[in-house]
Design a protein around this ligand. Structure first.
Ligand code: ATP
Length: 335
């Protein structure tokens, strides 16, 4: 099976080709980089309108050079994400499916973040921590659905970090800059909020803004605040991930999402798993941040299960939750 994937939920105008015969993924992405501030939905949509057709044509061209019948299906990110971006991704995917006369597959972006880790790791039934820009949740499979075992009560984890870096005047995205600065800092005490299986990031983000020395007069050095921010946020995620492993009895953890590129987060999760004798897998960075490769890979599984969608029913859903998706592509005995 060869599937063309289209991703356009927020910043990544991305297309990919997944070839099931060789299990290979080719990804092309044009990233939207705001000139100032965070992601502007209108600018992000303009970026999609300009770049999605180009990356899609380029990937398709490559597929055509390899075979006469280039692809079997077109898969696209149906949600969650920014409505104006999703609409453009949907339109691009529908037009391609019609032109190539192949079925369309509507993929949940958060389930794709999880499934790419399961696919690459070969784990059978892992718990998944999705740590991305607009989201943060822990998922586990039970009776035909991915259940949300824990999630953020307010902002997404990456968005919280990005809001802090905007406050100190750093350009978007802030995550990599916080990671770099934190390496040279020492711990500053900040709020740590886990309630049951859920976590909250808005309090720590505001406290970090207040703690930092922006006027040269008072407050802590920015490196120290970055260090404290990372330690607390990632410990919160690790604590809930550990509890999810314990509750489900699973001994496998996979990581997904752009914040998952952070080495400190990966090392905290790896040592927690090691201590409890669980296996941990983090995909390589190109599969962690938003990318069409994960859409194409899950699209291929859904297509093989007959889980396609008619063009008329293929509307986007900007609040599409992972537990709304009937999991059609797994064997029932995979609990
Ligand atoms: P979603 O999947 O929820 O739609 P998204 O569209 O924002 O999320 P992702 O690519 O999953 O996109 O994540 C982007 C986020 O990852 C940004 O908030 C960015 O700051 C953060 N990020 C990137 N690299 C790092 C890093 N090294 N450390 C921490 N955060 C990072």
């Amino acid at each position: 099976v060869r599937v063309l994937g289209i991703e356009g939920t927020a910043w990544a105008a991305s297309a990919a080709l997944y070839d099931g015969a060789t299990d290979s993924v080719h990804i092309e992405t044009e990233a939207y980089q705001p000139e100032s501030g965070g992601l502007h939905p209108r600018e992000a949509a303009e970026h999609m309108a300009e770049h999605l057709p180009k990356v899609a044509e380029s990937v398709l061209e490559r597929a055509r050079n390899e075979r006469d019948q280039p692809i079997d299906a077109v898969a696209f990110s149906r949600g969650p994400g920014l409505g104006p971006c999703l609409r453009l991704a949907g339109t691009t995917a529908r037009a391609l499916a019609q032109r190539l006369d192949v079925p369309l597959v509507g993929v949940n972006h958060m389930v794709a973040h999880l499934e790419i880790g399961r696919h690459l790791s070969g784990f059978s039934s892992p718990v998944c921590l999705n740590a991305s820009g607009a989201n943060a949740h822990i998922l586990g499979y039970r009776n035909g659905r991915y259940r949300v075992l824990g999630e953020t009560m307010d902002t997404g984890v990456g968005n919280a970090i990005d809001k802090f870096t905007r406050h100190v005047g750093w350009s978007h995205p802030g995550g990599p800059k916080v990671e770099e600065a934190a390496a040279n800092g020492s711990y500053v005490d900040l709020p740590y909020v886990v309630k049951g299986m859920d976590f909250s990031f808005s309090g720590i983000m505001s406290a970090a803004k207040d703690a930092v020395d922006t006027d040269g007069q008072s407050g802590a050095p920015v490196e120290d605040v970055c260090h404290g921010l990372q330690e607390n946020i990632f410990a919160m995620l690790t604590e809930v991930a550990e509890r999810a492993l314990s509750l489900t009895g699973s001994s496998e953890l996979v990581l997904g999402g752009g914040v998952g590129q952070n080495q400190r987060l990966q090392s905290m999760l790896a040592s927690m798993c090691e201590q409890r004798g669980a296996d941990f897998f983090a995909p390589e960075n190109r599969f962690l941040r938003d990318n069409a490769g994960m859409i194409a890979v899950l699209g291929a599984k859904m297509y093989a299960a007959g889980d396609t969608v008619a063009i008329d029913d293929s509307g986007i859903d900007s609040n599409f939750r992972p537990d709304e998706v009937p999991v059609t592509w797994r064997d029932d005995d995979e609990t």
